[in-house]
Design a protein around this ligand. Structure first.
Ligand SMILES: [Zn+2]
Length: 290
């Protein structure tokens, strides 16, 4: 099983789909962090979801999924860009993380989806955290905000992850085969975690839809790539008030270390760096995570 996204459609119909499978990516995230198993599982689902959603974008840029809640896991972030570069992180306290559904982990809060084009304005959609699973919450999101019938099936076991998305494109007549959407939805609902996590993507599609005419459209490789940099760390520091920065320097023996929460790369700033930063003060950065 390699890290891959496949796009497909059902011939002569407005129903399209995507399937992704992640293994190296799951390890890239979990090898860097000591996440409990339920968190690794949710991260696998979140990465699958951003991979599927980023592939729908018709622009160069990133899609960012953020779960902010008041539960033991207070933040989950996953990000994928048009090149198939993915990163993800989660933040949790010292309390044990319950393995009793995603809402027990994340609590009450909100799910944010941000489209961040390389050129142009950011777009952000927000929905409350609800539903039996992340997949269900995303289905609600699309029903409300995009008005497109869309459904997600997300699976992960801490080692591997995979996702299937089906969507009806707007502005098309389903023609003679108006039953296609309910039919493929019912077929997709039979997909099990063990099928998704053990079979390759084409075999999963064959097992589900062998009585339909599935056309494979495009394939994209996926990889863990972190977009953090010293420049972005400088932006994060610029968002902190000058006297707070100086206090931090004093507290930390004259060296502030900005650590990327995704890849754990450290960016050190000593007194001279901070003074330079304050002298060439630009606009405050928006990305406070690194
Ligand atoms: Zn990083």
């Amino acid at each position: 099983m390699s890290d891959i996204l496949l796009r497909f459609d059902f011939a002569q119909s407005p129903v399209r789909g995507e399937i992704c499978q992640l293994q190296t990516l799951c390890h890239a995230v979990t090898d860097r962090h000591d996440y409990p198993l339920p968190v690794r599982t949710l991260l696998g689902q979140a990465m699958s979801a951003v991979v599927l959603m980023a592939a729908m974008l018709k622009l160069e840029g990133s899609l960012i999924l953020q779960i902010e809640g008041d539960g033991p896991v207070n933040l989950v972030m996953a990000e994928c860009n048009h090149r198939g570069e993915v990163r993800a992180m989660a933040s949790h306290g010292d309390d044990p993380v319950p393995d009793d559904g995603w809402l027990a982990m994340v609590g009450q809060g909100r799910l944010l989806l941000t489209i961040d084009p390389e050129d142009g304005q950011r777009y952000q959609g927000i929905v409350p955290l609800e539903g039996a699973s992340l997949a269900e919450a995303l289905g609600h999101y699309f029903a409300q905000s995009e008005q497109l019938p869309t459904e997600f099936h997300l699976f992960a076991d801490g080692e591997r992850a995979g996702g299937l998305m089906l969507q009806v494109l707007p502005g098309h007549d389903q023609g003679d085969d108006a039953d296609l959407w309910p039919r493929v939805r019912n077929l997709a609902a039979t997909l099990s975690a063990s099928e998704m996590l053990s079979l390759d993507a084409e075999s999963v599609l064959y097992r589900l839809f062998h009585e339909e005419t599935v056309q494979l459209l495009a394939e994209q490789a996926l990889a863990f790539v972190c977009s953090c940099s010293r420049a972005r760390s400088e932006n994060a520091l610029r968002a902190i008030a000058e006297d707070e920065l100086k206090q931090l320097l004093d507290e930390q023996s004259g060296l502030i270390e900005v650590r990327c929460q995704f890849c754990l790369q450290r960016y050190p700033f000593d007194r001279i760096d901070i003074e330079q930063l304050l002298r060439h003060d630009g606009s405050p950065g928006s990305d406070s995570l690194q």
